[in-house]
Design a protein around this ligand. Structure first.
Ligand code: LLP
Length: 423
């Protein structure tokens, strides 16, 4: 469910006409919907009913300050994976006691900063990290609340590049070792064991892997309880998938179904449940707006060359991800359809946004919207080919705001500094 829909033949974001917006702002740009962000957060939160939950939005999915501030006002916590993300969450008004810190390679500086911010929990991914955390916390006279991220060796049935819960992945501590590591952790200075953490992957649309992982986790929690650890929360990570294809029925992995699995496996436990959804909150709350530069009839294929490219949205080429591409203004009924690749101007064969799509053949100057691009879109954008970092716009009803302006070429080139001998 999202708030991008055709009204009188023109795609709108809530009540904002995207064709007019594109004229005003210029393309490419990302456009996000406040109503969709809000709805997704609330649907997810409500799915757990009376269970004690904290939804810690995974900042990595979309870290624009306006997105974070929207979610912070709804009461969301945040999961961060770097000092930068922690600073962003704090700047958006999220208190430290609603922030978890995940990631396999937290540096000493990042740990020290997070201790100063008195965050809710460090999700510790290895024994060396635990030792480092203990040392830094005790030197500062502080106590770090920790959860160990356990790796249950479960196949999340998702793209290999975004599966994290298998033994061969770099993430977490193998669950067979974890009990011993908890015992060690309990003895360490500056460490307070407060939870257990797990995250098995992303874009998971089959709930069976969650069911398996949560079952494993439930029996592991029995062991931790038997060992007398003062566990007060269980962090189940993120990873619940979203529909990317038009007509796809997301019912089998609706948050209500996911919550039912959580309750069935873990609901009897007297803990607070933390979740770290990213994509689910923001994925379908954003689109990438682009304009057709030209249509190139190749030997074997027709290419619709647009002004957005792989540097703006890398998901299609990096993960073979499918994003629907729709005309912002409905094509006239007599427009012939064609099978096209929608490609950017970047000098790489991998620079495509969509391949083999049947659509009324777009014409130069027309606008297209790349759908479901709110998660892992703008945050993974770069400036390859010295293309300007893509701007971002947030819509709220009939109102909109440019929440990250397009930089100038001087801004971009000025980031480089000439050494004295070349001046
Ligand atoms: N928690 C942790 C520790 C994570 O590593 C992630 C995502 C999440 C939460 C949020 O997962 P989500 O609910 O968004 O699935 N760039 C890739 C996705 C990478 C996901 C990385 N970790 C993509 O565009 O598909």
């Amino acid at each position: 469910m999202h708030h991008f829909a055709l009204k009188n033949g023109v795609l709108h974001a809530e009540d904002v006409d995207l064709s007019v917006l594109a004229d005003t702002i210029g393309t490419p740009f990302y456009c996000y919907s406040t109503a969709t962000l809000t709805r997704h957060y609330e649907v997810f939160k409500a799915a757990f009913g009376a269970l004690d939950t904290l939804v810690c939005y995974a900042v990595k999915a979309n870290s624009n300050q306006a997105v974070l501030a929207t979610l912070a006002r709804l009461g969301a916590g945040m999961d961060v994976v770097s000092e930068g993300e922690l600073r962003r969450a704090r700047a958006a008004g999220v208190p430290g006691n609603r922030i978890t810190f995940s990631g396999v390679g937290k540096t000493a500086q990042e740990i020290a900063y997070a201790l100063d911010e008195d965050i809710l929990c460090f999700n510790v991914e290895s024994e060396p990290e635990l030792a480092m955390l203990s040392e830094i916390a005790s030197a500062k006279g502080r106590t770090a609340r920790i959860a160990l991220r356990v790796n249950p060796d479960v196949d999340a049935l998702t793209h290999a590049k975004i599966a994290t819960g298998k033994a061969e992945n770099k993430f977490g501590i193998p669950i067979e070792r974890a009990r011993a590591v908890y015992r060690e952790a309990a003895k360490l200075q500056g460490i307070l064991v407060s939870g257990v953490d797990m995250h098995i992957g992303s874009q998971i649309t089959d709930l069976a892997p969650f069911d398996t992982a949560f079952t494993i986790l439930a029996s592991f929690l029995d062991e931790l309880r038997a060992d007398g650890h003062p566990i007060d929360h269980v962090d189940l990570g993120g990873g619940l998938g979203i529909p990317y294809r038009q007509g796809e029925d997301p019912d089998s992995y609706h948050p209500d179904r996911y919550a039912a699995v959580v309750k069935a496996r873990l609901g009897h436990l007297p803990y607070r449940f933390i979740f770290e959804p990213g994509r689910l909150i923001v994925g379908n709350a954003g689109i990438l707006m682009t304009s057709v530069i030209l249509v190139k009839a190749g030997e074997a294929k027709t290419f619709v060359v647009v002004d957005a490219a792989m540097n703006d949205l890398i998901r299609p080429t990096l993960y073979e991800a499918h994003h629907e591409v729709v005309a912002v203004t409905e094509a006239p009924a007599d427009r012939p359809s064609a099978t096209v690749d929608v490609v950017g101007p970047v000098c790489e064969t991998g620079d495509y946004l969509a391949q083999g799509r049947i659509m009324p053949l777009p014409q130069a100057g027309e606008r297209l919207a790349v759908m479901s691009a709110g998660a892992y879109g703008a945050v993974q954008a770069g400036t390859y080919n010295t293309r300007l970092l893509v701007p971002e716009v947030l819509v709220n009803g009939a109102d909109y705001s440019v929440v990250r302006p397009r930089p100038s070429y001087d801004d971009l080139i000025g980031l480089d500094k000439l050494p004295a001998w070349l001046r």
